[in-house]
Write a protein that binds this ligand. Sequence first.
Ligand SMILES: [Zn+2]
Ligand SMILES: [Zn+2]
Length: 289
Amino acid sequence: MLNGLIDCHTHCRFSPDGQDEPIQLAQKAIERGLTAWALTDHCECNTWFEPEHYGIDSKTADYDDIIMYNCRKYHNDSIEPINVLAQQLEGRIEFVRGAELGQPLQAVEIADEILSDKALDFVIGSLHNNAGLPDFYYLQYDKMTAEEITKLLDDYFAQLLEMCEWGRFDVLGHITYPLRYITGKYAISIDLNRYKDICAQIFKTLIGKGKGIEINTSGLFTDYKTTMPDRSLLALYKDLGGEVLSLGSDAHCAEKIGQGIDIGAQIAKDCGFKYCTYFKNHKPVFINL
Ligand SMILES: [Zn+2]
Ligand SMILES: [Zn+2]
């Protein structure tokens, strides 16, 4: 049981890579004793339209090429059912209507359109791909040189910092996301010390704007076996004065709701955090850890 904890990063069938009905996720969230649960389906700004909009023929393209497209349709289809769900859940669990806003600076006018939705309580800002490249999930790191991987990560952290300077989200999602594949799937170890300074800049920028980060626990259940970010970066965030800390499983099906949240909460406590945070109407609500 996860009594009193929160899971603020989950996906249902209104994400291209999600499976279950939102009510199935809600039932699991309640069953597992969560105080607050956020549904944060993908709004990938740079892949918001039909594949054809980007010059990709969806009839001949690989499934992998098109899976992340058409987020606008998923999002629009979700609005009415989520309204109904929010009413059904009143008094049963603190339901947070969220969105995972992917690559906002790669199509800022789309980000503006998504953010104009006043019904949204909570926005995770995420970077799944460097500008002009596919999602980190699809890259073949065994075909890259060490220098190319270093350059890729240098660009990743630089683009994260730019996103934080723009800052129109509540928490920055899964910092170090590429390592789930580079270190996890491809077993290439990366020395995060190289990125300590830019992470400090990222954290100071977020703290200055009253924004936060999340502990994303999904990496624990992959070959990476580590939260995103890891303990060392969480401790750095805390040292710099970071207080706003969300917890998210990044579950893409009901069965995984809350997965690893207890471990994430323990890591947060070990790093000196006393609270975790969820958002209502973009305002932080602090919960004792
Ligand atoms: Zn993500
Ligand atoms: Zn996600």
